[in-house]
Design a protein around this ligand. Structure first.
Ligand SMILES: [Zn+2]
Ligand SMILES: [Zn+2]
Length: 244
């Protein structure tokens, strides 16, 4: 009775502390059957996977995969949502080379485009009174990203960015995207869990580890269970998720 894989971990390629191999070894030591390395990306920003490092990252993942055939090792990315149109800081070329695309909003990542800064980033960092309108726009931004990119997980919804969980959950179900229970910080209330579960969407529980010691931390599941939901709704509970 256990989680089979941790699909959101960071390494030294962004601002994590462990190497790819150290994260994989940590996963293995905790009895996991799968791990994804999902650094922040892409941009020249120091906290993100630098474009020039992609070949080295992929080669490290390949080496760990070959060294540990008993563990499924996925090369992924936690791409930043950077505009209302659903732009991610991800190119088609990168998308084709990666096994798993996570989409998340991080206020620390300043969008490259002026419209991303003015219409999306600034209003979320410096909220105005018109919350309802911003919630609708943010939700549309997530949905646009799911439509345009091969996103498989929405990381830590509600963190730094309000959105309509019912509409988000319905879209996630339609596109086959998992809503993340993030063990670093899960902001869902019992009511939020209920709203999401009623949409029929599926969940995934991850550590979002930035150090090997936290790989395999699935503590967010406690909130999920406290809300009265069944772990069978979580794709990596005693199963392998199906990614787009
Ligand atoms: Zn994140
Ligand atoms: Zn993360």
């Amino acid at each position: 009775m256990a989680f089979w894989g941790d699909y959101h971990t960071h390494t030294v390629y962004s601002h994590g502390r462990g190497t790819v191999e150290e994260n994989v070894l940590a996963a293995r030591a905790r009895g996991l059957k799968a791990i994804a390395l999902t650094d922040h990306g892409i941009s020249g920003y120091p906290q993100n996977l630098h474009p020039a490092d992609l070949p080295a990252f992929l080669s490290d993942v390949k080496a760990s995969r070959e060294a540990h055939p008993d563990v499924t090792v996925l090369a992924g990315i936690e791409a930043n949502l950077v505009s209302l149109k659903g732009d991610l800081d991800l190119t088609e070329e990168w998308q084709d080379k990666l096994d798993l695309i996570i989409c998340g909003f991080h206020g620390i990542r300043v969008p490259d485009s002026l419209s991303g800064i003015l219409n999306f980033w600034l209003p979320n960092l410096f909220p105005t009174k018109n919350l309802r309108r911003r919630v609708m726009k943010n939700t549309d931004a997530y949905i646009n990203a799911m439509r345009r990119f091969r996103v498989s997980i929405i990381s830590h919804p509600l963190r730094e960015i309000p959105c309509d969980l019912r509409v988000l959950g319905e879209a996630a179900k339609e596109y086959g995207v998992y809503i993340e229970l993030n063990s670093k910080k899960c902001l869902f209330t019992p009511k939020d869990f209920e709203v999401l579960a009623n949409t029929g969407c599926r969940f995934i529980c991850d550590s979002d580890a930035h150090e090997p010691e936290r790989v395999g931390d699935f503590s967010a599941v406690e909130l999920f269970e406290a809300a009265g939901l069944d772990k069978s709704l979580i794709a990596n509970w005693e199963a392998f998720p199906t990614f787009r």
